[in-house]
Design a protein around this ligand. Structure first.
Ligand code: CA
Length: 481
């Protein structure tokens, strides 16, 4: 039987990559090294033209049919390169058996070509169901004609009827949340601020048949064009759950493939995540945002965090099947708006946890693997070693020891006596713990592959070993060759 690899997802970008249109070329060159490090899936950044042209990270979505092909918003290339380079990068990933996830931004459009006069009501920003001043005319940036593309791939031109609202009245220069007359915010969205449908830009009416049809047609076009193997879905808590439930099943019916999909539902509340998974009938996994917040808190708690509670209230604990675990991303990284970055000392520990445990699909952040020159941040220590260990040693039954406020860990028995591991970490002082790795390992010496603890551990006759860790660090013990 062919050995099924432990899935490892790489987020293939960070916020501060240079605006040089060369990222697809850089990633393409890295494909063999990534495969060697154990990457099985890569999430590529939004590949279509944003309102900021070559400077746009990709979430200011202007034209999803422009993958770096048309002279729009000041350049042909996107921040990451041309369409040809994008497709070539994906081909290189496929040659290394790495599956590619496209980043799908369907919540909004930005950088419209023209304004339209629309009747709208400014809503109370704390409760978007409450009107502020009644309906009146505003001038909204809602007309998207894509003059440079000239109808290639799709003739659809968006206008105000396809959106629920905007955040700017060009007539008065006023900012706010404006709901168009005759529209209501989409149902089945997050309940924060009364209704959290509105996030930014011109917000799509995802209950409008023309919008649904066009985004479905786009999905098929994009999936074929880029030969995608799955998706990363942006801002799902601001979108009607019914939309993605139907869109994803349409894509799977069309491709006849698994199409591994992970959604970004940005909330520390695991019950909101569970509820969204239920509403979307389990069609997608979600990032374990509650676990990220735990990592953030531990990093700043100076050993005060009770490690027995590490996974309490996380998606990994509540529904590991649908959990994509991560330490950092392009929104949480230092200098970005969410301000929840994980302390550098804790990152190797957090990565050891998510990469070596059985639960969840771990997502490694590009900025942690390669460093973030813009912020003078070096790559996370041991990260590549841990990714390789995931493939070589993290197999077999797991035994958990989350039974101390500081020193916790787990073991994997391994599929053969040469494999398996024991992980022990501490967010406080160093110490040891007796853990079971399996009687098949009796008499065998284990070493700390990360090199933090020099003495060997010999497994006792009953399959237990007394493993050690330094304070504020992690040790990963594997059978000595
Ligand atoms: Ca929305």
């Amino acid at each position: 039987m062919a050995k099924i690899k432990n899935r490892t997802l790489l987020q293939g970008f960070e916020w501060y990559l240079p605006d040089d249109g060369e990222h697809w070329n850089r990633l393409k060159k890295e494909a063999p090294a990534l495969a060697k490090a154990g990457v099985t899936h890569i999430w590529l950044p939004p590949a279509y033209k944003g309102q900021g042209g070559i400077h746009d990270v990709g979430y200011g979505t202007y034209d999803m049919y422009d993958l770096g092909e048309f002279d729009q918003k000041g350049s042909v290339k996107t921040k990451y390169g041309s369409k040809k380079e994008y497709l070539s990068c994906i081909k290189a990933m496929h040659e290394e058996k790495i599956e590619v996830l496209g980043d799908i931004v369907f919540n909004h459009r930005m950088g419209a070509d023209e304004t339209e006069v629309v009747r709208a009501s400014r809503m109370n920003s704390g409760n978007r169901n409450e009107t502020w001043d009644g309906y009146h005319e505003i001038e909204a940036w809602t007309r998207f004609t894509y003059p440079a593309r000239k109808g290639k791939y799709s003739k659809m031109q968006w206008n105000y009827t396809h959106f629920d609202g905007v955040d700017y009245d060009a007539r008065t220069g006023q900012n706010g949340v404006f709901l168009f007359e005759g529209k209501h915010w989409d149902d089945e969205v997050d309940g924060e601020n009364g209704n959290f449908d509105y996030l930014m830009g011109a917000d799509f009416d995802l209950e409008h048949p023309e919008v649904i049809n066009e985004l479905t047609a786009f999905g098929k076009w994009y999936t074929d064009m880029a030969q995608l193997d799955g998706y990363r879905l942006d801002a799902v808590k601001h979108m009607d759950a019914a939309f993605y439930r139907n869109w994803l099943s349409a894509m799977r019916e069309y491709t006849k493939k698994e199409m591994f999909t992970v959604g970004e539902f940005w909330s520390p509340d695991v019950w909101k995540l569970k509820s969204y998974i239920d509403k979307t009938c389990g069609e997608m996994s979600l990032f374990d945002v509650p676990l990220h917040f735990k990592f953030h808190r531990i990093g700043t708690a100076n050993s005060g965090f009770p490690m027995t509670q590490l996974f309490a209230g996380t998606l990994t604990e509540a529904d590991s099947w649908h959990s994509v675990t991560f330490v950092e991303n392009h929104d949480t990284q230092p200098g970005q708006a969410l301000q929840s970055s994980v302390a550098p000392w804790f990152k190797p520990i957090a990565y050891a946890l998510i990469l070596l445990q059985e639960r969840g699909v771990p997502c490694v952040f590009y900025g942690d693997l390669y460093g973030i020159p813009h912020e003078n941040l070096a790559p996370v220590t041991h990260l590549e070693t841990l990714m390789k260990l995931r493939q070589s040693h993290a197999h077999g039954p797991e035994h958990d020891y989350y039974n101390d406020d500081n020193i916790v860990g787990f073991t994997r028995e391994g599929e053969t006596v040469k494999k398996g591991l024991a992980l022990l970490l501490s967010d406080g002082a160093g110490g040891s713990k007796r853990m079971y790795v399996g009687t098949q390992h009796a008499g065998q010496a284990f070493i700390d592959i990360l090199g933090n603890c020099p003495e060997e551990v010999v497994i006792e006759g009953d399959g237990n070993g007394v493993f050690r860790t330094e304070g504020g660090n992690v040790s990963v013990w594997i059978p000595k060759k």
